[in-house]
Design a protein around this ligand. Structure first.
Ligand code: ATP
Ligand code: MG
Length: 852
């Protein structure tokens, strides 16, 4: 018996084995019993039944039909399934082939080769219904609910075809068997629960019929639809606890059998226990509903009874369009749950606020639903602007204070007492949300919090905004302006000269893994500005194009950057969120990712993950980096990682106590650019733009190549030189960038007070700085203790034939450099164990010491 530990859901066989293959020691079964230990409910899923299967995205489980159930020699339970694809599983560019609108309930009979059809039965969540339909047909309104799907066409990975008559008939038979038999032997309900729910189910039938009526009536009038919404939203609010909630949840399915409706409840309960571990449909929906209705004391909104990714919002859309048609605010009030929930204001400002608040709440929706939420947000914004226009027309005559709530009056009082100009502007800048929040504040508190005249009023819930451009950015006109833009590091170059080999190697690596359907990790290292990130991005871009053209299997892509993470462990959170849309804590995310990459998942696509700035994911136990190197080696991971770092031997150091050979890393090192390569890079960026003298390009390339071979630094100098030249051109005649401009730019860049401080430092202070560089390079981390640096210092002195300083002498040097802010020092109490960092770039130190 396999037990899902977290959820306490047990999958066991139904009945005796049907036939036994003695040689392979496999036995076949006709059903699987899903039992929830906590609620004591049981469901039997049989051969031919349609089921929901756990997917990577908890919000959208896969749909499948069970073709076979068997147990292997090691007593693992398997199900062989026929897959159905949601429209969201089909590549975006292929969806266009359909040339019709697809309802979120429609699935496609999956003929895509390569998907694993043998799945562990533990991934089965519950039974569902799939009804075959002809192309022009639609699901009857009565079946228009989350748990029912329809299938009209098949999908083979390249094109859509209509279902063959044979398949159609078979599916029809299966859907009749599974969905419509009221006393289906496949449903078991423990007698206790039956008697408990008996009364309710009777009322379910009644209220279901009523609800049906309501649904029909709703088409004839706005107010009636509002009543329905009100009821539903109340039901939603209660749906997790009370018996009425159960009733309300069942309101959607009047045609469903009594038993299966009961089953629906049981499974809901069953899934409730399993929150997070498996893909709960209704419970998560309930959660979402609570989130949406619960924000900031706003009225019950969005009657998302269906809770489908599209249709849920379609309902909202309908609701908004309903309300937008209403001429008076009273109707809006009527459509909401309780009268008191909505601020009783006569003007549209209140309603606009209310809509805006709804928008805010939409942001709380899990990421997977954000796309829909964003669309809705756009629609709402449109409606807000319509309302604003209306407001201008119809409500201009309404005086500010006359109809507003008491809190607004209070605000006006404040306004009166304050000096006019400043106060007015302050109140105008007070965000709406803060004004609104005062609506719910009791008068007493308000009095207390009322700002004294002259005291600046701190806006609550203020959202800082970047002021918008008042006029369009000017297009480059002169050659120098054009050159300056092309040389900007953020400009995407048309090509990446001098990185052709590296590009090809990375491309081949990922392509071969994608074709084989395996995983692997490539470790890409090199000093800053050598084009690692740019090359890898170009590879992914080309691979995505190849996948769109069907030249290689499609893949899922995600990217994280160590620099953008507040903590290395956040890497888990980000990866999980990018891949599945789930947002959980770091520890939980690590567990879920382990499960994702280490268990054979059905319909698993290969994932390509870029981990940029890997060096920064350094933790004491090195678990984050270890996992990143380890996951791709797992058999079922289908994970390709492109890890980018500055340190060459990072993998060895992470694997100090572990078997590094196991990793089987493919390595690639990006060498610093030579002066010729830098020259080529600048020329290709300028793309025949005659803005630089040849000698000027050569000078900057040579200078940078001698220092670090960093293309970023090279481009920066060129850009600054262009600016200097532009400035000079304004005074005199138009000219192009010459060597003098480059020299000026280099001097400017390297003539900071820090560089002067280094140049004027004592001999041993300079040696100490060199020792810092040497230690950083040795360790690969830009932090070291005084003790470690001291060792390097002694070695350098020995090489140069100088006398080494004493320990106390080194401590004095260190604190002097710290006082100049060339170094950042930890507390000096730690003495030799004090940690040291540089406060300027390594390049600057090298530049300052080179000219000496
Ligand atoms: P870091 O280690 O600091 O992240 P990196 O090796 O990832 O550096 P990139 O960010 O790829 O460096 O490159 C730095 C800048 O130099 C980018 O603006 C990039 O466009 C440019 N660059 C690098 N190599 C080339 C090239 N071969 N051709 C054109 N531009 C290049
Ligand atoms: Mg980079």
């Amino acid at each position: 018996m396999n037990t899902r530990q977290q959820s306490k859901i047990i999958h066991s066989w139904c009945g005796r084995p049907m036939c036994l293959d003695r040689k392979l020691r496999t036995s076949q079964y006709k059903g699987i019993l899903i039992t929830s230990e906590s609620s004591g409910t049981e469901t039997c899923v049989q051969l031919g039944d349609f089921v929901l299967v756990e997917g990577e995205n908890a919000d959208q489980p896969f749909v499948a039909q069970i073709l076979n159930l068997y147990e292997d020699g090691s007593q693992n339970k398997h199900a062989v399934v026929q897959w159905f694809s949601h429209i969201t599983e089909i590549p975006q560019n292929k969806r266009r082939l359909l040339k019709r609108k697809v309802s979120p309930q429609e699935v496609f009979f999956d003929k895509v080769p390569g998907y694993d059809t043998d799945i562990p039965v533990e991934t089965i969540i519950k039974r569902t219904t799939v009804i075959p339909l002809l192309l022009g047909e639609e699901l009857p309104i009565t079946l228009n609910k989350k748990q029912t799907f329809c299938v009209k066409q098949s999908w083979d990975g390249k094109c859509f075809t209509t279902l063959s008559s044979d398949t159609f008939l078979k599916l029809k038979e299966a859907s009749k068997k599974g969905g419509n038999s009221p006393n289906s032997s496949s449903s078991f309900t423990p007698s206790g629960i039956v008697s408990l729910l008996k009364k309710e189910t009777e009322s379910v039938v009644q209220s279901a019929t009523k609800n049906d009526e309501l649904e029909i009536q709703s088409k004839h009038g706005d107010s009636k639809s509002s009543v329905r919404k009100k009821r539903c939203s109340q039901g939603v609010a209660n749906s997790t606890r009370t018996p009425t909630a159960r009733k309300k949840l069942q309101l959607n399915g009047p045609t469903q059998s009594l038993n299966s409706r009961l089953m629906g409840c049981e499974i809901l309960k069953l899934l409730d226990d399993d929150c997070g571990a498996i893909a709960p449909l209704e419970p998560s929906a309930a959660k979402r509903k609570v989130r949406i209705t619960g924000g900031l004391g706003s009225p019950p909104k969005m009657p998302r009874t269906d809770d489908k990714s599209e249709s849920g919002f379609a309902t909202e859309e309908r609701w908004f369009s309903d309300t937008i048609q209403l001429s008076s605010y009273a109707k809006v009030k009527y459509s909401s749950g309780k009268a008191g929930d909505l601020p009783v204001k006569n003007d549209t400002i209140a309603f606009t606020e209310y809509l805006a608040q709804n928008c805010q709440n939409l942001l709380l929706i899990p990421r997977s639903r954000r796309i829909c939420a964003q669309k809705t947000y756009a629609r709402i914004s449109e409606q807000i602007s319509v309302l604003n226009k209306l407001e201008k027309k119809d409500f201009l005559s309404v005086s500010d204070g006359s109809d507003s709530s008491s809190s607004e009056e209070e605000e006006n009082d404040v306004l009166c007492t304050l000096e006019k100009k400043t106060k007015l502007s302050r109140t105008c800048s007070t965000p709406k949300s803060s004004r609104k929040s005062s609506v719910h504040t009791p008068a007493k508190t308000l009095e207390k919090t009322k700002p004294l005249p002259g005291t600046p009023k701190t806006p609550q819930n203020a959202t800082p905004e970047i002021p918008r451009r008042s006029c369009e950015a000017q297009k480059p006109v002169t050659i120098l302006e054009k050159a300056r833009l092309r040389l900007h590091v953020s400009a995407i170059p048309e090509s990446l000269p001098c990185r052709e080999e590296e590009f090809q190697d990375i491309y081949n690596f990922v392509e071969s893994k994608l074709i084989d359907g395996t995983g692997g990790c490539m470790y890409i290292s090199g000093v800053p500005g050598t084009g690692k990130t740019a090359t890898v991005h170009e590879v992914i871009h080309c691979l995505q194009q190849a996948a769109e053209n069907d030249d290689i299997p499609s893949f899922q892509f995600a990217e994280i950057n160590g620099m953008k993470l507040t903590d290395p462990h956040q890497a888990y959170v980000q990866i999980l969120q990018l891949l599945t849309g789930q947002k959980v804590t770091a520890t939980h995310a690590a567990v879920l990712l382990e499960k994702l990459f280490c268990t054979p998942g059905p319909k698993k696509k290969t994932t390509v993950l870029i981990v940029d700035e890997l060096d920064l994911l350094w933790t004491r136990k090195q678990n984050v980096m270890y996992n990143l190197f380890d996951w791709p080696t797992r058999k079922h991971s289908k994970l390709i990682i492109l890890a980018i770092a500055n340190t060459m031997d990072l993998p060895e150091r992470i694997m100090m106590n572990r078997v590094s050979s196991r990793l089987g890393l493919t390595r690639m090192s990006f060498q610093p650019y030579t002066y010729k390569q830098l020259q080529q890079i600048i020329s290709s960026r300028l793309n025949n733009l005659k803005a630089f003298e040849e000698d000027a390009i050569q000078l900057v390339s040579r200078k940078v190549a001698a220092l670090s071979g960093d293309a970023r630094r090279c481009l920066d100098i060129c850009r600054r030189a262009t600016e200097i030249c532009e400035f000079a051109s304004r005074k005199r005649t138009q000219e192009i960038v010459r060597m003098a401009h480059i020299t000026e730019a280099i001097d400017e860049m390297f003539s900071s007070p820090y560089i002067n401080a280094i140049r004027n430092a004592s001999l041993h202070e300079q040696i100490f700085l060199k020792a810092v560089l040497a230690e950083f390079r040795r360790a690969g981390v830009e932090e070291a203790t005084v003790q470690e640096i001291y060792r390097q210092h002694i070695a350098l002195c020995r090489m140069e034939g100088r006398q080494s300083p004493t320990l106390s002498g080194v401590m004095a040097i260190c604190s002097r450099l710290g006082a100049c802010r060339l170094l950042l020092l930890e507390s000096s109490k730690k003495y030799l164990h004090m940690r040291v960092r540089l406060n300027i770039s390594q390049d600057d130190i090298m530049y300052a010491l080179k000219d000496e």
